[in-house]
Ligand binder design. Sequence first.
Ligand code: RP5
Length: 164
Amino acid sequence: MAQQQPRVGVIMGSDSDWPVMGAAVEALKEFDVPHEVRVVSAHRTPHGMLSYADSAASRGLQVIIAGAGGAAHLPGMVASATPLPVIGVPVPLAHLDGMDSLLSIVQMPAGVPVATVSVAGARNAGLLAVRILGATDEALRSKMSDYQVDLERMVTEKDANLRY
Ligand code: RP5
């Protein structure tokens, strides 16, 4: 079967980010959103990062999810080189509890937005990408509404189970 054209690019600074970033991919799979996954580093492969960002829109990508840890410059640098929406995922490393990653990603200068999710919040990054696509894709928007109904039902059931 022919591969579908990816709509979301999931990139990360190192393969060591995958245990966190996998949750973004899981969310995209749940909503059948075609995506691609790449390791692209702002510091170790700067030219590869720029060519990825430069070509992303013309290759048909509509949203980029970028995860990185430590001096996490990847989401911001990619956002500077593409007009696409970029969602940043701060990946926590062994020290500083991910605060370094969070602050590196969230404190962008005016003019270059990165939508930053919580530390290790890769699932929400995937869901936010679905919502962004859903703004102009009715089928996806309707799937998101169904998901929200399920979420509410799940919490209501848990609440009911806790009552005695
Ligand atoms: C960052 O450096 C990566 O995003 C990763 O979170 C961190 C450590 O990378 P490795 O040394 O594990 O490859 O650029």
